[in-house]
Design a protein around this ligand. Structure first.
Ligand code: SF4
Length: 374
């Protein structure tokens, strides 16, 4: 199984906290789909596996007309062996969507919508500098449902300064009134180089608080689990086994091809990525060339990534798989490293799998690093 990720690097406005590669300028927006088609042609031999996930992300794919999305999708079908059960996700922002656009997307084969709600509270959206208004959310959610989508993800953000636990709870209550079967709930992180980092430094905006982030995280986990969602990855919750195929394949280190500026690809041996620049991307692709950086992964890097990614999930680290993939010595070393941690409230063995508890999810990065090899 393999996936294809298409990065549409345009947004109507740059949100203050965002560190994804995207631009608020519309330069080359009318040709980006054609450039992606050229890149797809140049990279079509990268994957030989059946495609079970196609993901339009960004940036904001919903800034493009449906005709652009359609031609990219058609080309994927022409060049790859696409599974009949393929999940085709489309990321969208509430301000772009209406029933016509959504219905057209459905007609061309999009079968999963991922909507960036973030919060139902205007004060949170203002802090994040999101473009959409909270009052628009019900209209958009109803349009998604009326257009016939039954596979819907919504993104939420918690830990926003000024956001109380009651507001977090209210966000979850309002959201789960809609038939969403997947929720990605992220802690607000202040990434280097973002506008938010500067605003906090200049005291224009209040800063996030680690203790608040932790208590919001535990609250979200508890409430969604009570509502019937599985907390299957640190930031992801699904109902009725509707895990995101796109994200799950990433955590299980399956191969994927990334297209578009800044997109990453992975084939099990190497990782390669395009420049974080629309201009550089267009200049190179126009010459029928690829401009990418490549990193060949060592066995230690693969092991450490395996540990880090699997620990993020409810399935954890299968110790038999460790022995099979990395040998008996590394398997035994890992067991010894776990014994030294001795924090059963955070990390434990269950049926020969090493898993994190909900509390352990909060410390996932630190715990994973204690298990890494040098
Ligand atoms: S809409 Fe998404 S990708 Fe675009 S700036 Fe905001 S957070 Fe970043």
């Amino acid at each position: 199984m393999a996936g294809i990720y298409i990065h549409i690097p345009y947004c109507r406005h740059k949100c203050s906290y965002c560190n994804f590669y995207s631009t608020a300028s519309a330069t080359y927006r009318n040709v980006i789909a054609d450039m992606i088609l050229t890149e797809l042609d140049l990279r079509k031999s990268f994957l030989s596996e059946e495609i079970n996930s196609i993901y339009f992300g960004g940036g904001t794919p919903s800034v493009l007309p449906v005709s652009d999305i359609n031609k990219i999708l058609k080309s994927v079908y022409n060049e790859f062996d696409v599974s009949p059960d393929v999940e085709i996700t489309f990321e969208a922002n509430p301000d772009d969507l209406d029933i016509n656009y959504l219905s057209e997307l459905k007609k061309i084969g999009i079968n999963r919508i991922s909507i960036g709600i973030q919060s139902f509270f205007e004060q949170d959206l203002a802090y994040l500098e999101r473009v959409h208004k909270a009052e628009r959310i019900p209209e958009v959610m109803n349009a998604i449902i009326q257009s016939g989508y039954d596979n819907i993800n919504a993104d939420l953000i918690y830990g926003i300064p000024g956001q109380t636990e009651l507001m977090v709870e209210q966000n979850l209550n309002w959201l789960t009134e809609y038939p969403v079967n997947h929720i990605s709930a992220y802690a607000l992180t202040v990434e280097p180089g973002t506008a938010l980092q500067v605003q906090i430094k200049k005291k224009i905006k209040p800063e996030t608080d680690e203790a608040v982030l932790s208590s919001h995280f535990l609250r979200v986990s508890k409430l969604l689990t009570k509502t019937g969602f599985e907390h299957y990855e640190i930031s992801n919750f699904a109902i009725a086994g509707k895990y995101s195929k796109h994200n799950t394949s990433y955590w299980f280190q399956e191969p994927y091809l990334g297209l578009g500026p800044s997109a990453h690809s992975y084939d099990g041996y190497s990782r390669r990525w395009n420049a974080n620049s629309v201009q550089k991307y267009i200049d190179t692709i126009k010459q029928n060339k690829l401009r990418e950086e490549v990193e060949i992964l060592s066995l230690v890097q693969k092991f450490n990534e395996f540990i880090m990614l699997r620990l993020r999930t409810q399935w954890g680290i299968d110790m038999q798989e460790v022995a099979r993939k990395f040998g008996a010595e590394w398997h035994n070393d890992l067991r010894k490293a776990v014994q030294q941690i001795q924090q059963p409230d955070k990390i434990k063995f269950k049926n020969n799998k090493l898993i994190l508890t909900p509390l352990g999810f909060l410390y996932a990065d630190g715990l994973a690093s204690e298990l890494f090899r040098d």
